[in-house]
Design a protein around this ligand. Structure first.
Ligand SMILES: Cc1cc2nc3c(=O)[nH]c(=O)nc-3n(C[C@H](O)[C@H](O)[C@H](O)COP(=O)(O)OP(=O)(O)OC[C@H]3O[C@@H](n4cnc5c(N)ncnc54)[C@H](O)[C@@H]3O)c2cc1C
Length: 342
């Protein structure tokens, strides 16, 4: 027997980062029973701090999540540490969410906030430095590397944009042409005019000195000294375990990776399932992920409110002694009296 009879929670939230915890908070504060299942690996966990986050600037990523969990619990929300391995919808319309250990949670609605995986370019040593001195985002890490010797690894057309952004942060910026298609004439002029050196040749590894990046090694053996390397990742929504649900990913329109498409507010193509944060918006930073989670939580609550109101109307009508036709005649008679000023 479950807590509510047929189901355990109104909503199960899969993934407890900024998006999932914010969505759960909106639901818990609306007196919805909600459980967040979280595997505990927020995307930014390799980084020292969360930046451009008003009111919590520089907070450690895991501390932010820990605070969010406590805030959620203070409204009765439940946090379950674990991994969701599958989900399906039964004939009764309820979702069954299966956890790694075999536990199954039944819920009326799902919110998917599992984030994304960053697939790094195939260069030796990148993963080990990721989020520290191998970086991707000037707003997350730029201030921390300002004035340093920065490299940008070209992997596609967006790399020119990336190197121009990094140039705003340092006078010493090198563009590694790597294996990307050659830069066009207009962009070459932009790089030259901004004093950005272009280094031709494939990058094969990053060099380290103790626990810090010291340079970039090219296939011909040259080493270019650098303090930080900026890369673009292929961003892939974490949803493979939700295939049974019918939730599919699509190639992102800007070629950034794969995401779950949603309507405004987070409704997916699968009835009863919402998604928010990086799993659908690959570019969302923490603030945007949290805002999208809140919106999705609010929309799920509204959806449940309407379902419950409709069911209440059905029950009310079933209890009335009149037939629908008799009821309509009563309404018409009352309306007639009003028309005649009685
Ligand atoms: C290195 C780095 C640094 C960054 N720095 C910043 C910064 O300074 N400022 C900023 O605003 N943004 C920063 N970002 C972006 C930030 O990480 C994302 O905006 C944010 O994490 C998105 O939140 P989310 O809730 O969508 O996903 P996440 O925070 O990734 O949370 C998803 C959660 O779902 C869990 N999960 C996944 N699969 C399952 C499953 N099957 N079952 C259960 N749980 C699951 C994960 O373990 C994780 O806890 C950075 C990103 C990176 C890579």
């Amino acid at each position: 027997m479950t807590e509510n009879g047929a189901y355990d929670y109104d909503v199960v939230v899969i993934g407890g980062g900024a998006a999932g915890l914010s969505g759960a908070m909106a639901l818990a504060r609306s007196r919805r029973s909600v459980a967040v299942v979280d595997a505990g690996e927020p995307r930014n966990s390799p980084a020292e701090g969360v930046h451009v986050l008003l009111g919590r600037e520089g907070i450690a990523p895991r501390e932010l999540v820990a605070r969010g969990r406590e805030e959620l619990r203070s409204y009765g929300g439940v946090v379950i540490e674990g991994e969701v391995v599958g989900a399906s919808r039964g004939d009764d319309g309820l979702f069954a969410v299966t956890l790694g250990g075999g536990r199954v949670l039944r819920a009326r609605r799902l919110l998917v906030t599992t984030g994304l995986s960053d697939e790094l370019p195939d260069v030796a040593g990148l993963r080990g430095r990721w989020g520290r001195d191998v970086i991707h985002c000037p707003y997350c890490h730029g201030w921390e590397v300002r004035g340093q010797r920065i490299g940008v690894l070209s992997t596609g057309p967006m790399s020119v944009h990336q190197v121009l952004l990094m140039r705003q942060l340092s006078d010493d910026v090198v563009f590694f042409a790597h294996t990307a298609p050659p830069v066009g004439a207009e962009d070459r002029d932009r790089l030259a005019a901004r004093g950005i050196e272009v280094v031709e040749g494939e990058v094969v590894a990053v060099e380290t000195d103790g626990d810090r990046l010291s340079g970039v090694r090219l296939a011909d053996g040259r080493v270019v000294e650098r303090d930080a390397l900026t890369v673009a990742t292929r961003m892939v929504a974490r949803t493979s375990f939700l295939a049974d649900l019918g939730l599919t990913v699509q190639e992102h329109p800007m070629g950034l990776g794969e995401h779950v498409p949603v309507e405004t507010g987070g409704r997916t193509a699968v009835p009863g399932v919402w998604a928010a944060g990086n799993v659908t918006d690959l570019m969302a930073q923490v603030g945007a992920a949290a805002a999208a989670g809140t919106m999705a939580g609010a929309q799920i609550n509204a959806d449940l409110v309407m379902e419950e109101a409709d069911r209440a109307v059905e029950r009310m009508r079933a209890r009335r002694p009149f037939s629908a036709a008799a009821e309509a005649r009563v309404h018409e008679a009352v309306a007639g009296e009003h028309r005649h000023g009685l």
